[in-house]
Design a protein around this ligand. Structure first.
Ligand code: ADP
Ligand code: 5GP
Length: 215
């Protein structure tokens, strides 16, 4: 007759029977939209209200604009350095946009997600498509301008791009606008405050109040 297993004393059950609770993973949020639509403006306001949200700082070969800082807005790298990052598989996604390379550092994103922190990527369309393939659970949001005319006005008013770069950005914008159906949510940035509220409601829906939970 096989020996019956030694009963486990109840005070030991905890140690023997359970693994550490899994850390809930953070959410990966992808914000895409044509250049000049207001992604940067919206994101900076969202971050002020939700400092717990981790904003992924991208790598780019584009030269810094006067107001931009290394490690804050982007990591500014040479073309050669960027190609080395691709080669070393250090980018979660990358794309060429208006004559420059842009990419998302992979490791820090997964580190933050594994720590349970939400991560926001502000990236263009080709990158958003790559993220979708690699990470289907990502929440993908498209920010849309009220019109192409208004988009052009905003890019020009920003005053940061050469005429050639503006032309390339507008050409790219037409392609991106045609792809908005690929996204989980579309927010129109006409009134900034309203767009911010919509984004916030989507990411941080108000929990039902105790009163509403009453039968
Ligand atoms: P993106 O990051 O998408 O390229 P920016 O955040 O740099 O765009 O915004 C482009 C320009 O449009 C900036 O001058 C910004 O102040 C302006 N802008 C952003 N949102 C609005 C809005 N809702 N109405 C009018 N101007 C806006
Ligand atoms: P800008 O030169 O105006 O800062 O950015 C140009 C475009 O590149 C924007 O649409 C911006 O969202 C996108 N972008 C910024 N960082 C990344 C990135 O890491 N990957 C990809 N694919 N696009 C990015």
């Amino acid at each position: 007759m096989p020996a019956s297993p030694t009963p486990v004393p109840s005070e030991c059950t905890q140690q023997q029977g359970s693994l550490p609770a899994p850390t809930p993973r953070g959410r990966l949020v992808v914000l895409t939209g044509p250049s000049g639509v207001g992604k940067g403006t919206l994101v900076s306001q969202l971050r002020q209200r939700h400092p717990e949200l981790y904003f992924s700082v991208s790598v780019t070969t584009r030269p810094p604009r006067p107001s931009e800082q290394e490690g804050v807005n982007y990591y500014f790298r040479s073309r050669e350095e960027f190609l080395n990052l691709i080669e070393a598989n250090e980018l979660l996604e990358w794309a060429q946009y208006a004559g420059n390379f842009y990419g998302t550092p992979r490791e820090i994103v997964f580190q933050k997600l594994n720590q349970g922190q939400d991560v926001l990527l502000e990236i263009e369309l080709a990158g958003a498509r790559q993220v979708r393939q690699q990470y289907p659970d990502a929440i993908r949001i498209f920010l849309c301008p009220p019109s192409l005319e208004e988009l052009e006005r905003r890019i020009r008013e920003r005053g940061q791009d050469s005429e050639a770069s503006i032309e390339r950005r507008l050409e790219q914008a037409r392609k991106e606008l045609n792809a908005q159906d690929e996204f989980d949510y579309v927010i129109v940035n006409d009134n900034l405050e309203q767009a911010l509220q919509e984004l916030e409601a989507l990411l941080y829906p108000p929990s039902p109040s105790a009163e509403e939970q009453q039968p």
